[in-house]
Design a binder for this molecule. Structure first.
Ligand SMILES: Cc1cc2nc3c(=O)[nH]c(=O)nc-3n(C[C@H](O)[C@H](O)[C@H](O)COP(=O)(O)OP(=O)(O)OC[C@H]3O[C@@H](n4cnc5c(N)ncnc54)[C@H](O)[C@@H]3O)c2cc1C
Length: 261
């Protein structure tokens, strides 16, 4: 067994296709529109917001005599007015690694606007259990010993079953390996470290960051979404720029006056 620390990798983001975008702008009569957005996600959200009122420039829609001059003011207005559906167009892709099944089970409760690919413990053998201990255990030597001992014993049982069923024998059918590996995971702890790929649109991300960094949420999910919040606040400064961060028990709590837009 080995100690782990939950990790967050931002691995993908939505990309604009200038050719199509420019063709549409030409079509709608706003070929000169451009944005000062720093990222494609922010540009796309602004574009979709402006599309609603044709507010690419004054007069394009006779009802619109003034338009917000830049990406920041446009998106700030969208967030302030709760026009959150505009933020659903942009999706960000993450891998959460060395996280427990405690964490992944809480994560998948968020359904709206997400996609999930979970490491299969039916296929992937648990021969070296990764363990992360919450603070209450980490700070208690006696309980830490219980944690380590239990993980070690459960890991030993994984090996015992693998040997018993001769999983590493030459020519063992893959279907049999799968069946046994699936049986073996039932006696692994739900604290076992694993990986999950998770994608979410920006509206969902805001909601989940708010809900899961809140101090009454579970420590591991607070830790992970604290990291998510930090990455996003730095990279997408307009989409996540309204958050204030308060440290509670060593972890960040992301708060905004514009909740669940
Ligand atoms: C601190 C904390 C403690 C928790 N404790 C428990 C617990 O003890 N037991 C437990 O079972 N769960 C618990 N949960 C999970 C919680 O009940 C939700 O299932 C989870 O947070 C997902 O959030 P969500 O409902 O906002 O759904 P999401 O899928 O994140 O959806 C986002 C929003 O979309 C809307 N929406 C989504 N689906 C629908 C729908 N089908 N119909 C109508 N509107 C919809 C809602 O407005 C929803 O808030 C806890 C969550 C937190 C943050």
């Amino acid at each position: 067994m080995h100690d782990v620390e939950p990790k967050v990798f931002l691995i993908g983001e939505t990309k604009l296709l200038p050719e199509g975008l420019n063709a549409y702008l030409e079509h709608v009569g706003a070929p000169d529109w451009s944005t000062d957005a720093n990222t494609d996600s922010e540009a796309l959200s602004e574009f979709m917001g402006r599309l609603c009122y044709r507010s690419f420039e004054p007069g394009l829609n006779p009802n619109v005599t003034r338009v917000r001059p830049d990406n920041k003011s446009h998106l700030q207005n969208i967030i302030r007015t709760g026009h959150g559906s505009v933020l659903e167009h942009s999706v960000l892709n993450f891998v959460f690694s060395d996280v427990s099944r405690v964490f992944t089970h809480e994560l998948v409760r968020h359904r709206a606007g997400t996609a999930v690919s979970q490491e299969s413990l039916r296929f992937v053998r648990l021969d070296d259990l990764g363990m992360w201990a919450p603070t209450s255990v980490k700070e208690d030597d006696e309980m830490m010993e219980v944690f380590v001992k239990t993980f070690s014993q459960l890991e030993e049982l994984q090996r015992l079953m693998a040997e018993h069923y001769e999983l590493d024998e030459e020519g063992k059918a893959f279907s049999k390996k799968k069946e046994i590996t699936s049986a073996m995971r039932r006696i692994a702890p739900i604290g076992v470290a694993t990986s999950v790929g998770w994608s979410a649109n920006v509206r969902t991300l805001r909601h989940v960051i708010e809900a899961r960094t809140e101090p009454s949420a579970e420590e591991e999910i607070r830790l992970v979404f604290g990291k998510v919040g930090e990455i996003l606040m730095e990279k997408y400064q307009v989409l996540f720029g309204d958050y204030e961060v308060e440290m509670v028990n060593g972890l960040p709590w992301f708060k905004s006056e514009f909740e669940k837009i």
